[in-house]
Design a protein around this ligand. Structure first.
Ligand code: AQP
Length: 332
């Protein structure tokens, strides 16, 4: 079976609708058709300096949400990145194969470092896409289900794999992104041209999976809509309405033209109420399952240990190959 791998950062107290629709929702059916590896990327999360308590809590909350969304510890490997030490080791090897200019072209670094003063973002934030390349290559991944913001990082991963293979002999599989066009970029409710983001959206612009129904409803009712009254998809002139149409379409499996026809002559109010109900209906059972999982930390940790063991077996095999190919002496 082809292999899929993806990850999510424990950088806040909940995933948001963009993470869910753009990535995690795709991960669930892929368990049936692929050899699946999904991780909570805690090594990535320390690029933005959380406290130890924050990292610990957010890592468990992230894992609980993944299981609550339908990932199954029996059918896929669900694990915490730092439990497999090889990620950091391979990242170092790949860092040494990456040009400064090449790393400097990553647009996500430019976005994410903007909020720090000039020169104050961590070196880890700068090298983050190379750790991501290591995450992917370690598992000989064929496909990486992600949102559009990750396209450039998958390209870098392919370049690094190719470079390594050319210099040291065939070692790594070249991965492809797996992106679902309709939901590749869910946007901020208050700034509908920007992506909904854990770190840069305002609380009013983001819909968290673990949020209470009342708060979700309020935010959707207050979402920025555009001038005019028509409910039609038009990225250029109506980015707010278009984002809400995409959300409703994805959550109710209804094509956008059907929704446009349904809301002819109806106001934004009715439309937004329906979007809110669809979001609440999707998130409520996830929230309830996540709360149950979090109430039993020992069981949650046990589920993650099963995933780590599966992941380690594959990662160790790849690393033996990579170390030898690069010329590192064996330890025995
Ligand atoms: N707005 C979005 N629309 C579609 N997909 C999205 N993803 C993120 N935002 C959207 C996808 O979710 C997966 C996990 O993301 P991540 O945790 O690696 O972080 P990110 O891409 O950097 O997303 P955020 O929310 O902006 O987090 P922070 O603020 O922590 O950096 C990825 O597959 C991503 O494409």
């Amino acid at each position: 079976r082809p292999r899929v791998l993806s990850g999510i950062q424990p950088t806040s107290d909940s995933f948001h609708l963009g993470n869910y629709l753009g990535a995690v929702r795709q991960w669930v059916p892929l368990q049936e058709t692929h050899d699946a590896f999904y991780m909570v990327v805690d090594l990535h999360a320390i690029t933005v300096a959380p406290t130890a308590a924050e990292l610990r809590t957010r890592t468990r909350v992230a894992a609980a949400q993944l299981f609550a969304c339908g990932l199954d510890p029996e059918r896929s490997a669900v694990f915490v990145q730092s439990h497999v030490r090889e990620h950091a080791e391979l990242a170092w090897m790949l860092i040494c194969l990456t040009g400064m200019g090449e790393a400097g072209r990553m647009t996500q670094f430019k976005d994410k470092s903007a909020k720090y003063g000039e020169g104050s973002a961590s070196v880890g934030l700068f090298t983050y896409p190379i750790l991501q390349a290591a995450d992917i290559l370690l598992y000989q991944t064929d496909q990486v289900p992600v949102g559009a913001d990750q396209k450039q990082h998958i390209e870098l991963t392919r370049d690094l794999a190719q470079r390594f293979n050319t210099r040291y002999g065939a070692t790594f599989t070249l991965p492809n992104p797996y992106i679902v066009k309709e939901v590749e970029k869910i946007t901020d409710l208050q700034d509908p041209t920007a992506k909904m983001s854990k770190s840069s959206s305002s609380p009013q612009g983001i819909l968290d999976v673990l949020e209470e129904p009342g708060a979700l409803r309020k935010k959707i009712m207050r979402a920025v809509t555009d001038t005019g009254t028509d409910i039609v998809a038009d990225d250029e002139n109506k980015p707010g309405v278009t984002n809400l149409l995409r959300i409703l379409s994805a959550l109710t499996a209804t094509p956008i033209p059907d929704l446009e026809a349904r809301y002819v002559g109806q106001g934004y109010g009715t439309f937004k109420k329906d979007v809110a109900e669809a979001v609440i209906e999707t998130f409520s059972p996830i929230r309830e399952r996540a709360e149950k999982l979090l109430a039993n930390e020992a069981e949650l940790d046990r589920m993650l240990a099963i995933g780590a063991a599966k992941a380690r077996a594959v990662a160790q095999q790849t690393m033996e190959k990579a170390r030898d190919a690069m010329g590192f002496l064996p330890t025995h």
